[in-house]
Ligand binder design. Structure first.
Ligand SMILES: C[S@@+](CC[C@H](N)C(=O)[O-])C[C@H]1O[C@@H](n2cnc3c(N)ncnc32)[C@H](O)[C@@H]1O
Length: 267
């Protein structure tokens, strides 16, 4: 189990969909389609969950595609296989990526994608991926990397402590060594540029509206849990949590979480 429930991935999918950066995606699509000869574009998605990258991406690409979805959580794999059963050009592959992307997964692939995954991995993991993709001259599209920005309206005096605690918590090891957390987008840009890629970047911030109560509740509960583990004062935290839950219930809270999308295109 990865700790990412299918219910959480379903709750975030519409917010992710609005957030994804169309300019970055289009730069990637133009590059990939220009490189591909004939036949479908073959894409590998890393940490695929139930296939949200594919669902977001496919409608914007005229060229047929064949997808390989790499995921290690058995429950998410089962859900993805059910969702895509009967689709001949979509394979869901069980793969633990903790030690890097196995070369076999890259065989026959034209481009690599990922969503909401790079903040979980380590700096060295991304550097190794950049070396692999440079060696194979494969374009890379990395969407929805958390970048450390967090703002809530109305604001609250404890928000900054929660944000700082959350960002520190994000560096915890998720199985890949110390996680990049909020540094994921900057680090990925730097290592891919150093490896010779042209990088196109753009914001992909979550903007959760007042009526998105289930999603906002999950967010606020998650932040409260992280802040508790990072030793934010328990009484202050519980009062903050209570205030935020009340604002969500009464449809008064708007939440923005900073993310970045990035396309790395071989030179
Ligand atoms: C935040 S979720 C994003 C899922 C999906 N890309 C999406 O946008 O909905 C991170 C995903 O990375 C997967 N993951 C975490 N560690 C992994 C590992 N060692 N190998 C493969 N996948 C992993 C999780 O199971 C989860 O599906």
């Amino acid at each position: 189990m990865s700790g990412f429930s299918g219910d959480w991935l379903s709750a975030r999918e519409p917010v992710d969909l609005r957030a994804r950066n169309a300019n970055v995606r289009d730069a990637f699509v133009a590059d990939v389609t220009a490189r591909s000869a004939t036949g479908p574009i073959r894409l590998l998605d890393l940490g695929a969950g139930t296939g949200a990258t594919l669902r977001a991406f496919a409608p914007h690409v005229a060229t047929p595609q064949a997808w390989r979805l790499a995921e290690y959580d058995p429950a998410l794999i089962a859900r993805a296989r059910t969702l895509f059963s009967g689709e001949r050009d979509i394979e869901v592959v069980e793969a633990d990526l903790a030690d890097g992307v196995p070369e076999a997964l890259l065989e026959g692939v034209d481009a690599v994608t990922t969503s909401a995954f790079l903040d979980l991995v380590s700096a060295e993991w991304v550097a190794a991926l950049a070396r692999q993709l440079a060696g194979r001259r494969l374009p890379f599209l990395a969407m929805l990397s958390y970048d450390g920005r967090l703002s809530l309206a109305p604001s609250d005096p404890l928000d900054e402590s929660i944000r700082a605690a959350m960002n520190a918590h994000q560096h915890g090891d998720k199985g890949f060594g110390p996680a990049l957390g909020p540094q994921a987008a900057d680090h990925t840009r730097d290592v891919f540029q150093a490896a010779g890629f042209r990088v196109v970047e753009g914001a992909s911030d979550w903007e959760a509206e007042r009526h998105e109560q289930a999603f906002q509740s999950m967010l606020v509960d998650g932040w409260a849990g992280a802040a508790r583990e990072m030793a934010v004062d328990a009484d202050e935290l519980s009062r903050w949590h209570e205030r935020r839950r009340h604002e969500i219930e009464t449809e008064r809270l708007v939440t923005r979480v900073g993310h970045r999308d990035l396309a790395a295109l071989p030179g």
